[in-house]
Design a protein around this ligand. Structure first.
Ligand code: F3S
Length: 640
């Protein structure tokens, strides 16, 4: 049977299940990556597995997110990450080496392999022909421990590219066009596989801009075939040996198809405050711009910076604009400093920022109040830039450079600059000294934990009966932000669960953590859509630390439900939604757990002397996980 590229790589990595859309499937993971904001928890979880070494072909720990060192917490985290990497056989990419996805693409991405990363833009490496998926820290920890990655098989969408990009139109415009057509929900449970003659006209960095921002479609991942352009890139990176041709079989079928004629694309721009709010640049020209930011894991490659420099040569940044740029990697920074482009940029009035995520997560270089910031990044949600009322637009490097020069939103075709095709270099500067490669044996390495690094809490097997108070009763649409807030005060505590758990439900009931600890756990009662919003695993992990055994709601948001299971908290729903009214905060509840697979279950409200039918949608594997006290304990008990 003719297979598409996605099916081929899944087949080569299949552990269990069926490669059919909607069916459960488990695949082997070859490589993992983490960044520092999620990595500390992932490595604490890996440590809890009790293994001696990672079992992947390659695992890399990057430091690119929390670079501001205004207190000891981030520096402590970086030191922990470095020592834990040396102990367990993980490559450590030092702070300053660049943004995880860019650096991984340059030095480690390999066609035909699988990559799991604890960052949503991991699909960037699909540009080199990998199945690269973003996941939670626990999934990445398990993959490092040799466990398969479980998912419901997504639909495979063929994106057929015809024609060729016209001058001043770029790869960013391809993905902005897809976002315009399909919206930020259009890619959910889908993998986007690029085919067609237009693919050959795109270099690997251009392809990676497209696969990176597939995440904004909500896609599981995106992938390009591995072809002569891939070989050219890997060769220039001194890695031709990693090349292997990979493409769909002739006649392969797809669940859906989208066609894009590259010839007809124009420069596009996403308006505030969503990446799918896309219009032609021409249609909104003239809006005054106060800031331009170039960088992020989407558009910070050597080619991107060469493009900007070409457009800005001999010009000056407009007086009303602050232009900042962060090269995606040390390799890129080194190359532009050697070839004079860095000097040209400085001469033009640009500000050099660190090779890191930086302004993409509001770490420095925030726009002025109410200002307009044009960015080559991937997200423009309200407040993400660090300025609540800023208006952030997303566009290509070409558009960003044009805006920086003129001070207003400008179509680069109107700049009057002669177009020059920028190709990737035949040789990149190769210097891997900012990686620390692990020794063959790390047993003697001392893992350094500052006061902010606390051991990961674990939980015992479930008892035959769970009894406790309904500690809190909340309404509909409770978000993971309500459960576990983020923000400058709380974020640096992500590797310190005892401390971070003191903020659980802070805005709803600040006494909750103290009461939960005093009562030795209990239940939370919720309405519909409990746990919506960010995938934050601390919204389950911290309540687990506080002793919560069960959450009983009218319904759950999907990812939070999975996180509750992962951390050994039983997620139950009312059979009759109106029974929500039969429990008050403070009531004592009781549940037998011997036969959790026999639904419905009977929940006793001891205080009121009534029984309430409750149910769940857990598979037998999920039930085993909850019974074991969470996924880590489940995996440990299976491998013991
Ligand atoms: Fe970093 Fe922003 Fe990408 S936070 S990993 S540059 S989406």
């Amino acid at each position: 049977m003719a297979l598409n590229l996605t099916q081929k790589i899944f087949k080569e990595h299949l552990v269990s299940g069926e490669i059919v859309a909607g069916k459960e499937v488990a695949i082997r993971i070859d490589q993992t990556l983490t960044q520092d904001a999620t990595g500390t928890m992932a490595y604490l979880q890996f440590e809890a597995l009790g293994l001696d070494r990672v079992k992947t072909e390659l695992s890399v720990s990057y430091v690119d997110h929390n670079m501001l060192q205004t207190g000891f917490e981030n520096a402590d985290d970086h030191r922990y990450l470095q020592t834990v990497a040396a102990r367990y056989g993980i490559v450590f990419s030092r702070p300053g080496n660049g943004i995880c996805h860019q650096v991984h693409l340059e030095r480690f991405g390999k066609p035909g392999k699988t990559l799991l990363g604890s960052d949503s833009h991991t699909p960037t490496n699909g540009g080199v022909g990998m199945i690269a998926i973003g996941a939670g820290g626990l999934d990445v920890a398990l993959a490092m421990g040799g466990e398969a990655f479980h998912l419901s098989m997504p639909k495979v969408v063929q994106v057929k590219l015809t024609g060729r990009l016209q001058p001043f139109v770029s790869a960013k415009d391809v993905i902005l066009e897809l976002l315009r057509r399909l919206t930020v929900k259009g890619g959910v449970n889908r993998i986007f596989e690029y085919t067609g003659e237009g693919v050959l006209s795109l270099s690997v960095p251009e392809r990676s801009t497209i696969t990176n921002m597939g995440a904004e479609l909500g896609a599981t991942t995106s992938i390009f075939p591995s072809d002569e352009r891939t070989r050219e890139y890997l060769k220039a990176q001194g890695r031709e040996k990693d090349y292997r041709a990979y493409a769909a079989d002739p006649g392969a079928s797809y669940d859906e198809t989208v066609e894009i004629d590259l010839d007809t694309l124009e420069p596009l721009i996403a308006q505030p405050h969503s990446p799918d709010n896309v219009v032609k640049v021409r249609d909104i020209q003239g809006i005054p711009v106060s800031q331009v930011a170039i960088g992020s894991c989407t558009n910070s490659s050597f080619k991107d910076l060469m493009t900007i420099s070409h457009l800005m040569k001999g010009k000056m940044v407009s007086p009303g604009v602050s232009l900042g740029f962060s090269p995606g990697s040390r390799q890129t920074l080194e190359m532009i400093s050697q070839n004079g482009v860095l000097g040209n940029m400085i001469t033009a009035g640009a500000r050099l920022l660190e090779s890191a995520c930086g302004p993409c997560i509001g770490m420095g270089f925030a726009p002025p109040s109410g200002g307009v910031s044009v960015r080559t990044f991937n997200r423009n949600f309200e407040g993400r830039s660090g300025t609540k009322d800023a208006k952030v637009y997303l566009a290509s490097p070409e558009v960003a450079a044009a805006c920086a020069i003129t001070g207003v939103i400008t179509d680069p075709r109107d700049l009057g600059v002669k177009f020059e095709q920028i190709e990737i270099p035949s040789e990149y500067v190769l210097d891997d000294r900012m990686f620390i490669f692990p020794q063959a044996d790390g047993k003697d390495v001392e893992i350094m934990r500052g006061p902010n690094i606390k051991p990961l809490p674990t939980r015992d097997r479930i008892a035959s009966q769970i009894k406790g108070k309904a500690l809190l009763k909340v309404g509909d649409n409770i978000t993971t932000d309500h459960i576990m807030p983020a923000g400058a005060k709380v974020l640096p505590l992500r590797s310190n669960v005892p401390a971070i758990s003191q903020y659980v439900f802070e805005a709803i009931d600040p006494t909750f953590p103290k009461r939960a600890k005093e009562e030795g756990g209990g239940f939370i009662i919720g309405g519909n859509n409990y746990g919506q919003g960010s995938s934050r695993e601390h919204a389950a992990l911290a309540p687990m630390y506080l002793g919560i055994r069960g959450v009983i709601t009218k319904s759950f948001a999907r990812i939070h439900l999975a996180n509750l299971i992962n951390f050994g908290i039983l997620p139950l729903t009312f059979v009759n939604e109106s029974d929500y009214d039969k429990i008050d905060a403070g009531d004592v509840l009781e549940l037998e757990t011997a036969n959790l697979d026999k639904k419905p279950l009977t929940l006793k409200n001891v205080t009121k002397g009534i029984s309430i039918p409750v149910t769940h949608a857990l598979s037998s594997r999920d039930l085993d996980i909850v019974a074991a006290g969470g996924t880590l304990s489940y995996v440990k008990s299976r491998t013991a």
